[in-house]
Write a protein that binds this ligand. Structure first.
Ligand code: FDA
Length: 580
């Protein structure tokens, strides 16, 4: 069996694997990425792409390419509950920061806006980005066996076109092979949680619904009719292309038998949900998935790391599937690159588990709770298990009654819809991930007390472990974000007027550590100016202070002011963070 040697083998070319592949290639790491399928995703699947993920794409230089093919932010905002597209609208919520109450929070927090990009449209852009950096991507190549020794990982892969097997020997492996991960199974990763909590069907279809959607543009349309009270109601339409292409998603309880998923049956279901017999429905594909609530207890075993759905499996609520997968890769890629290049000690790799496993746990719990939190909506509509269709419609009619009971029902509905902010405007969950590990050096200060609900609201802070706050700066007459002048595979020192000693120390330590260490000065008359004072408001250090920012934009360490021996303290911090 011919053998191939590489530094990193990435198993899987979904959002996690392709992002890892692109980042490793951009950092010049010798890596091979394999996927068992002949191409990228062939159906829409995940689609909500949050600001943090867009920042990763921005770092990779593909943000504009993603935006060019995505449904823009302006067409994402309205979340509609109705009896059918042609029927009565029952409730609406402004989502993803599009409402006036939340828009400024989202705009202030990131240089990147959210977008709606289905996976089969996103993945080719990610693939092109990876290939532009020279990534070695191998399609129709399936991992069949994997084992590891203290020195290497041995993978046997099957070329599904020729039937030939090959051994790949890698120093490290990223198991980004999705919810049925061979890597996790064969290497004995353990999971906490439950699987098979319900099942769902995705029906990809074409139907021109412009007359029912263009005036209330959104990503999700929840259709609720009596007799379909199971979790999300009769069916949710997810916008793939405004306003002609959709995924109709519905959940069902397998204990009550599988629904008829034949093309005729799903077309009829879609027509009932649309409620207008003149709208033609063309079915493109039907697929099924199950609701899981699982997270790997540890993301690392020896030389192998799990990323994406391989590590965390949860319902699509909060739209965190692809986002968390991309963000896992962003955390792991620079660490692997640093270790492979000899800039960091092996122990740096432990911090991937320490930082991302708690995020995975938070995400699966949040997504599961958000699905549970949808039940009060159908209860407020008056839908109850076992009621007849007529009873259901009568009960729904009571929602609009001019009676004390009707009033109470409407208040109940409004509260149930407000609860959905934890799914659709959970800015703190989307952007506020914070790390505690050996790759973060404490400055002794406590985390700031959240001024508002930490799940709903992102709170900018430069506390070590937090994502670097975004602020618009100016450089040579061009607006540039703090996110743009950090990242790109390197560490960055940020300081202000009077911080020249930090800049000198950074130059000295870059040579001493053999490290790509950038240094930027922000302030009046500096290379980067802060014309609106945005940076001054969020930096939480004095002008002469210093932030050390990691390649993934997270703050590694900070100093409130100038130190007596800037090179000395920075040296100690770099030693800790890089495990040297
Ligand atoms: P992903 O599953 O995308 O990719 C896995 C990769 O591993 C693929 O490239 C595959 O070929 C490869 N692979 C697997 N086994 C392999 C092996 N043995 N050898 C080589 N390669 C192997 N989420 C959401 O938020 N909203 C939604 O509506 C949906 N809908 C949905 C529908 C369907 C049908 C699926 C399958 C999934 C969803 N999801 C979803 C989940 C969402 O797609 C998921 O969270 C992300 O794709 C996760 O990205 P990953 O890169 O981790 O895995």
């Amino acid at each position: 069996m011919p053998a191939c040697e590489t530094d990193v083998l990435v198993v899987g070319a979904g959002p996690a694997g392709l992002t890892a592949s692109a980042l490793l290639a951009a950092q010049g790491v010798r890596a091979v990425t394999i996927t068992k399928y002949p191409g990228t995703a062939h159906s829409p699947r995940a689609h909500i792409t949050n600001q943090r993920t867009m920042e990763v794409f921005r770092d990779l230089g593909i943000e504009d390419a993603v935006r060019d093919v995505a449904v823009p932010n302006e067409l994402m905002g309205d979340n509609v509950w109705a009896t059918s597209f042609a029927g009565q609208e029952l409730a609406r919520l402004k989502t993803w920061g599009s409402g006036t109450a939340r828009h400024a929070d989202y705009a202030a927090a990131s240089p990147s806006a959210m977008c709606n990009i289905p996976q089969h449209i996103l993945e080719p852009v990610l693939r092109a980005g990876a290939e532009r950096h020279g990534a070695d991507l191998r399609f129709s190549t399936e991992l069949v066996r994997i084992s590891q020794t203290p020195d290497a990982v041995h993978a046997v892969v099957l070329d599904r076109e020729t039937g030939a097997e090959q051994e790949i020997v890698a120093r490290y492996v990223i198991g980004a092979d999705g919810g049925r991960s061979t890597v996790a199974d064969q290497l004995g990763f353990e999971f906490d949680g439950e699987s098979g909590l319900g099942r769902a069907a995705n029906v990809w279809l074409e139907a021109d619904l412009a007359r029912y959607t263009a005036h209330r543009p959104g990503t999700l349309y929840w259709m609720c009719q009596p007799g379909n009270d199971y979790w999300v109601g009769s069916g949710t339409f997810i916008c793939v292309k405004p306003w002609t292409e959709w995924v109709m998603l519905f959940m069902y309880d397998p204990a009550e038998g599988a629904p008829d998923l034949s093309p005729d049956a799903v077309r009829e279901r879609a027509s009932t949900i649309i409620g207008d017999p003149d709208v033609e429905v063309r079915i493109k594909a039907v697929s099924e998935w199950q609701i899981n609530h699982l997270v790997a207890r540890s993301y690392r075993r020896g030389r192998v790391f799990l990323a994406g759905d391989a590590a965390h499996r949860h319902p699509p609520a909060n739209g965190l599937g692809t986002n968390t997968s991309v963000q896992d890769a962003f955390n792991l890629a620079w660490k692997l690159a640093s270790v492979v290049r000899g800039e960091a000690g092996e122990a740096l790799l432990d911090t991937y588990d320490a930082e991302r496993q708690p995020v995975g746990k938070q995400v699966v719990d949040r997504a599961m709770r958000s699905v549970e939190d949808m039940r009060p909506i159908s209860q407020a509509f008056g839908f109850r298990p076992g009621q007849s269709t007529e009873e259901g419609w009568r009960s729904l009619a009571g929602l609009a009654a001019d009676t004390p009971e009707g009033q109470a029902r409407r208040a109940e509905l409004r509260a149930a819809v407000e609860l959905q902010n934890y799914q659709f405007n959970a800015h703190g969950v989307e952007l506020g991930q914070r790390y505690a590990s050996a790759a973060v050096a404490s400055d002794g200060a406590p985390w700031p007390i959240p001024a508002r609900d930490a799940e709903l609201y992102y709170q900018a802070t430069t506390h070590p472990g937090a994502r670097l706050p975004h602020a618009w700066l100016e450089h040579a007459g061009t607006p540039v974000s703090t996110v743009d002048i950090t990242g790109h595979g390197r560490f960055t020192v940020l300081t202000g007027i009077g911080g020249q000693d930090w800049l000198d120390a950074a130059g000295k330590l870059a040579t001493e550590f053999g490290l790509d260490l950038a240094a930027r000065q922000i302030g009046l008359g500096c290379d980067y100016t802060d014309p609106l004072g945005d940076w001054e408001r969020v930096r939480e250090i004095s002008e002469r202070g210093c932030l050390l920012v990691r390649p993934d934009h997270h703050v590694a360490w900070r100093s409130a002011g100038l130190a007596d021996d800037p090179a000395g303290v920075l040296r100690e911090v770099l030693r800790q963070v890089l495990a040297r």
